[in-house]
Design a protein around this ligand. Structure first.
Ligand code: ADP
Length: 301
């Protein structure tokens, strides 16, 4: 097969592993810098161009779209869909999961467990918002944040109020969330491919840190998840419409709660912690599922 990986950085571990796994299986693979793609928006013969040539004849794409380029990146993926090229994660699914409010609303609609969460545009009723989320301690998150940046723990209602007002004063969009203290600065990253959790790791925040992100100095180890956690992760990915997803779960007193569904999950942490060939499993999924015009939206969404 002819596969394109949309990635801004060919040196990234995940990108390299996908190339390696595809080549090992005899596929032709090319890394395409998403932001260097350009397109002709036409109904007759939509194409994606790259460095002066049309990217024709591809059987599948693997979008690895960073949060900062979601807008342009999903447009490129959508263009491939309009050409009938199979994308392992479709543009609508990526957009759904990137918009945290939209993602939470979709998950809530389907009864997926999540931390009690509130959000508001105005700071006029901040006290009420704090009460809605159950009062301090609360976690306040900037919607645009990644890798734990802009995630703050407010121990008192007063602190929560100040943080909310400060963020809103900067025009940042935020959500206010019940603090799952019993998770003990640990979270579970489930790597979902299709209808399976193919690897799972537990991440633990460094001493004195409630955020377990590996970028914040957290450590990881393989973990055996419960059947409930497994089905929660699979359902969450399915609700987003993602074939490949990293689903982050906290162990709360009221069962597993989903914190985030990531459409371009990093492979380094999870492959190293679990010794599993996740990149290989992604390529195998493409081998089994990639068909022309198989994308459910065909660039509609
Ligand atoms: P990011 O997307 O920036 O990584 P997250 O929402 O995943 O932000 O939060 C970063 C980390 O903070 C999580 O991995 C988790 O360890 C911790 N965390 C986030 N929300 C909560 C919460 N409601 N209760 C307890 N810990 C939380």
């Amino acid at each position: 097969m002819k596969i394109a990986i949309l990635s801004r950085n060919r040196k990234l571990y995940s990108t390299q592993r996908l190339v390696e796994a595809a080549e090992e299986r005899g596929h032709e693979v090319r890394i395409v810098d998403t932001l260097l793609c350009y397109m002709n928006i036409t109904s007759h013969h939509p194409s994606v161009f790259y460095k002066g040539e049309a990217l024709d004849g591809y059987d599948a794409i693997i979008p690895r779209i960073g949060a900062s380029i979601t807008f342009y990146g999903t447009a490129v993926v959508r263009q491939f869909e309009m050409m009938g090229v199979y994308s392992i994660n479709e543009s609508v699914a990526i957009s759904r999961s990137r918009d945290k409010l939209r993602a939470y609303q979709l998950l809530a609609r389907k009864g997926i467990g999540m931390p009690v969460t509130g959000f508001a545009h105005s700071t006029k009723y901040t006290n009420d918002l704090i009460n809605l989320a159950g009062g301090a301690p609360l976690v306040i998150k900037m919607l645009e944040g990644t890798q734990g940046i802009g995630v703050v723990l407010a121990e008192t209602d007063k602190a929560a109020e100040s943080v909310i007002e400060a963020f809103r004063g900067l025009d940042a969009h935020i959500l206010v969330q019940e603090f799952i203290k019993e998770a003990g600065a640990k979270d579970i990253r489930c790597l979902v491919i299709g209808n399976k959790v193919v690897a799972a790791m537990m991440r633990t925040g460094k001493e004195g840190e409630f955020r377990s992100n590996l970028h914040r100095g957290g450590t990881s180890q393989p973990i055996k998840i419960t059947p409930e956690e497994r089905s929660t992760a699979i359902r969450a990915a399915k609700i987003m419409g993602l074939n490949v997803a990293g689903v982050d779960i906290l162990r709360s007193n009221h069962g597993p709660v989903v914190m985030e569904v990531n459409s371009s999950p990093g492979l380094e942490g999870v492959e190293k912690a679990t010794q599993k060939d996740v990149a290989g499993m992604i390529i195998e999924f493409i081998e089994k599922n990639a068909k022309q015009w198989k994308t459910s939206t065909r660039g509609k969404g």
